[in-house]
Structures are given as C-alpha cells and as structure tokens.
Design a binder for this molecule. Structure first.
Ligand SMILES: Nc1ncnc2c1ncn2[C@@H]1O[C@H](COP(=O)(O)OP(=O)(O)OP(=O)(O)O)[C@@H](O)[C@H]1O
Ligand SMILES: [Mg+2]
Length: 235
C-alpha cells in the first residue's frame, strides 16, 4: 500500500466542479510532482488532501487511514503539512515566530532541534531570525513558508508552487533544498506550473488538465515527452 492513496476524488467550490475524478498515489520516500496550467486543479488537489476543501466524493487514504473527512488540524497531527500557494507567512511576526507557529500542534521537546534543522537547510533564515516576515523578499518568504511547514515534522510535505514569483537564482537554491529535504527522508508532493525544476527533482509526475489526470509517468519520461515539452517546458 502507498503512503498516500487518492482515489477518484471530486471536489467542488459551491456548484463548480474543480476536480472531476483525480486518482494518484505517493509512495513513502518519493518526491512526486503535479504539473498543469492555470485552473487545472493542482492547488485544489493539495487542499483536498490537507482537508481545507474536502472532496464531495472519492477517498483519500494516508498510511492506511481514511482521512477524507478528517479536519485539517488532525491531518497535520497525522503527519501531513502544506506550504500554501502565495506563501502566506505571518507578515508582522518575525522569522522565528513564524517557525514556532508551524510547531503549534506539537507537545514534544524536539522543536528547538527542528528550528536548527530548518536553519541548516536555509541559512538565510537564521541570518534573519528576528526580522519581520513581511519585510523579507519573496524568495526569503518562500523559504520561510517551507521551513514553517517542516516545523510540523511532516511525513508528507505538500508544496504549492515554491518557485512562483521568485528570481531564477533563488529558485535553484530552493529546489536544491527541496531535493535535500527529500534525501533526508521526507516524502514530498509538489505542485508547479514551471515544470523544469519540478521534473528534475521528482521521481514521478502527473499532468492535470481541467480537473482530471491527463497523463502520468516517470519524471524523466515526461521531460522528454514532446507534448509535455510544448505545453509545460517552454519547448
Ligand atoms: N475559492 C474558489 N471558488 C470558486 N472556484 C474556485 C476557487 N478556487 C479555485 N476555484 C476554481 O477551481 C478550479 C481549479 O483551481 P485550482 O486553484 O485548483 O487550480 P490550479 O491548478 O492550482 O491553478 P494555478 O496554476 O493558477 O494555481 C479553477 O477553475 C478555479 O477557478
Ligand atoms: Mg494553484
């Protein structure tokens, strides 16, 4: 059984169907990418998994437990945390306070050690520990959003467009760190419109089109697929 099994989910906003039968799996230890154009349903898929917009029908099973109707905070406790689209750092809180917010559901004594781990992954955040998040650059805030999600010590990390609006040099840095997080043992489900880096870092990928899975394959195969190159890789 896969770590995450998403089976034929249909998710709605009011009466608008955003997902029309999405199925996918993520194995423990994998990094998997969802690519697709604006409105394809990438964010809605992540929001369905994290419980923010639960599907109307279909099932989501995490480590053997059906979480389709589980509330978001309980899903975080089970080991899934998300870095949302658009970063959503708390702008008036410092870097350190944002990281502490990521651990708010934890009662164990490993929190300080995990702050050190995040600082090791993103030295820039350590330099800016006492800076207000709202005054940092877009790339720095993206690092903080990923760091904050890691502070929940997730088994499965959901990343929604970590490269959006960020200078190429920082995108490269962020993707090196995503690869390192995966190497350290965290399973990752990643969403990107700009598919070049995402397909380089992941092992498998799904292509979403208007709320359905159009294609799924190894990331290596999708990178050389002419249709994917034309639509998503600027080729
Ligand atoms: N809050 C909402 N209310 C109504 N419709 C919504 C809402 N959020 C998303 N949708 C619709 O659901 C569909 C899927 O949106 P979603 O945000 O999942 O796409 P996406 O693949 O993440 O796109 P993008 O690359 O632009 O972020 C779109 O048609 C969108 O208009
Ligand atoms: Mg989106």
């Amino acid at each position: 059984m896969a770590m995450l099994e998403v089976d034929d989910i249909h998710t709605y906003y009011g009466n608008i169907a955003a997902l029309k039968g999405i199925s996918l799996t993520v194995e423990e230890g994998e990094c998997v990418t969802l690519i697709g154009s604006n409105g394809a349903g990438k964010s809605t898929t992540l929001r369905s998994i994290s419980g923010l917009t639960p599907p109307r029908t279909g099932d989501i099973v995490f480590e053997g437990e059906n979480i389709t109707r589980t509330p978001p905070a309980a899903i975080v406790r089970l080991g899934i945390s998300q870095s949302p689209e658009g970063r959503r750092c708390f702008p008036r809180m410092t870097v350190r306070e944002n990281l502490d917010m990521g651990a708010y559901l934890r009662r164990d004594d490993g929190i300080a050690g995990d702050v050190e781990r995040v600082f090791g992954l993103f030295p820039r955040l350590q330099e800016r520990e006492r800076q207000k998040a709202g005054t940092m650059s877009g790339g720095e805030q993206q690092m903080l959003a990923i760091g904050r999600a890691l502070m929940a010590r997730p088994k499965l990390l959901l990343l929604d467009e970590p490269s959006m609006g960020i200078a190429p040099i920082l995108v490269e840095r962020i993707y090196e760190t995503i690869a390192e997080i995966n190497r350290q043992g965290t399973t990752i489900l990643l969403v990107e419109q700009n598919a070049n880096y995402a397909l380089a870092v992941s092992q498998r990928a799904y292509v979403l089109e208007t709320g359905t899975v159009a294609l799924s394959d190894s990331s290596a195969a999708l990178r050389t697929n002419p249709d994917v190159q034309k639509a998503y890789l600027g080729g």
